[in-house]
Write a protein that binds this ligand. Structure first.
Ligand code: PA5
Length: 463
């Protein structure tokens, strides 16, 4: 597995001093890097950052493979019910590896995997309609156990299964939740559902290497041992304090410096359909971890880069005009793949001589060339950009990329002065939803909200 990080086009000598990063700025951050790294490692030692050690947990692989073998032998479909960090990592890895990996982990057939991460009744109904309740297993994934969307999905799915199979419905559900606390854990204790634990201290968006991601991925035939091995083998490259040779710290530092020069939008643009959903996963990781009102010192900061996803080459015909000529507010991170699992040689066609320049080249070559051309165009227009080159999309390289981005986010949190592991901003809406849906204990909040609506001067246009 080979990953390289080309950040030449982030630098002032390529894109100018207004938005480019200078070598001196990186040198200046070296001492800060040593301090932050020491703090991170001290926290890791104290067990406060358990996500760091997940790739080294051989026991979880055996446990998940055993449970997955049961699921695969009993059901033909595994449906994930979960949202945010309980769903995005699974989707990202499955999109990257699912099709390519099917059956290669020694599995005797693999389950179809469906990830349901919304409570849109149209979408939910349509996906259930594709499943046979007697042959479907649900992984109900929620760290807190109280997430309204996941609980809603579970209640609907449980009834749907019970209507079809009767009192044996419990066998169709696996709860993935906190080992001790939360509503789902209580339900497991009361009703005897099969369950897996999410290690305490591992938050949703950092949990893809726990049962949250590994159970569904193992069911789907992804080689989860290789996924974790890729992350574990890569760990030494991102767990040291030399800024210029640590790609996770370096990219965090570049993004941080660029943010401070007004480039507050961070675009991730894989040139690979298989890596498209990795961009979605990263968007949540970056946004929820870094977008904060308060710093760790209690100061009001209102800080955080805005992550945006794009797909090469598709979005060259949608977004790139804006990236090249719009406001100077973006940094683009490309992910480029050297070798694709499949290739298409572009054939000649005598009746279409105007396109003959393509003949004999490959589709992969065209995609790689387009990435290079877009990077060059951005650079020419003084737009900072960098490229992560991945030799091939494999379980190992995907595991390494995930680990890299997790460490990058943790380090970026320290640079921005925020706690990347919390998400206080999503609480308000969550609690109000409970209140408005009639959850007991939230009556006062509901009354306050209704009173505020009464005071509001409504401006609603009938169209
Ligand atoms: O990253 C996070 O912590 C969140 O996105 C959560 O994963 C999401 O809110 C779902 O929470 P839970 O797993 O508690 O249902």
């Amino acid at each position: 597995m080979q990953i390289t990080f080309d950040y030449s086009n982030m630098m002032a000598e390529q894109v100018g001093t207004a938005h480019g990063i200078t070598a001196a700025e990186l040198v200046e951050l070296q001492e800060v890097t040593r301090t932050i790294h020491a703090q991170i490692m001290a926290r890791r030692e104290r067990g406060e950052l358990p996500f760091f050690d997940l790739p080294f947990d051989a026991a979880i692989v055996a446990e998940m493979q055993q449970l997955a073998a049961h699921v695969r032998s009993t059901f033909d479909t595994l449906v994930v019910l979960g949202i945010g960090g309980s769903a995005l990592g699974t989707t990202a890895v499955y999109s990257a590896l699912g099709a390519a990996q099917k059956g290669s982990s020694g599995a005797t057939g693999s389950s179809r995997l469906i990830v349901l991460d919304n409570v849109d009744p149209d979408g939910f109904t349509a996906r259930l309609a594709q499943c046979d309740p007697a042959r479907t297993c649900f992984a109900v994934i929620s760290k807190s156990g109280s997430t309204v969307e996941t609980n809603c999905q579970f209640l609907v799915a449980r009834k749907w299964v019970e209507d079809a199979v009767g009192s044996r419905f419990r066998e169709h559900f696996i709860m993935v939740t906190d080992p001790e606390t939360g509503l789902l854990r209580d339900l497991v204790r009361r009703e005897g559902y099969r369950s897996c634990s999410i290690p305490p201290g591992v938050g949703g968006r950092f949990s893809v290497f726990t049962a949250v991601g590994l159970l569904p991925l193992a069911c789907a035939g992804v080689d989860i041992a290789a996924l974790l091995k890729g992350a574990a083998d890569f760990a030494p490259r991102v767990c040291h304090d030399e800024l210029e040779s640590n790609p996770a710290y370096l990219n965090a530092a570049l993004q941080f410096l660029a943010y401070n020069k007004g480039l507050t939008i961070s675009v991730m643009m894989p040139y690979s359909d298989r890596l498209r959903d990795l961009g979605d996963w990263f968007r949540q990781l970056w946004a929820e971890s870094l977008g904060k009102r308060f710093g760790t010192d209690g100061r009001e900061l209102y800080v955080g880069p805005t992550p945006v996803n794009a797909l090469g080459a598709t979005d060259q015909h949608s977004q790139v005009q804006l990236y090249v000529e719009g406001p100077f507010d973006k940094v683009v991170t490309f992910i480029a793949v050297d070798d694709f699992a499949h290739e298409q040689v572009i054939p000649a066609y005598e009746a279409f001589p105007e396109a003959s320049y393509l003949a004999g080249h490959t589709m992969g070559e065209l995609l790689r060339t387009e990435q290079q051309a877009t990077a060059a165009a951005l650079t020419k227009h003084r737009r900072p950009n960098c490229t992560l080159h991945v030799d091939r999309v494999t379980p190992e390289s995907v595991g390494a990329l995930i680990y890299l981005f997790e460490v990058q986010t943790l380090f970026a949190g320290a640079l921005f002065g925020v706690d990347p592991l919390d998400q206080p901003g999503v609480e308000e809406g969550k609690l109000l939803t409970y209140a408005l849906m009639g959850r007991s204990g939230y009556e006062e909040r509901r009354r306050d909200h209704e009173a505020s609506l009464g005071r509001r001067h409504a401006r609603v246009l009938k169209c």
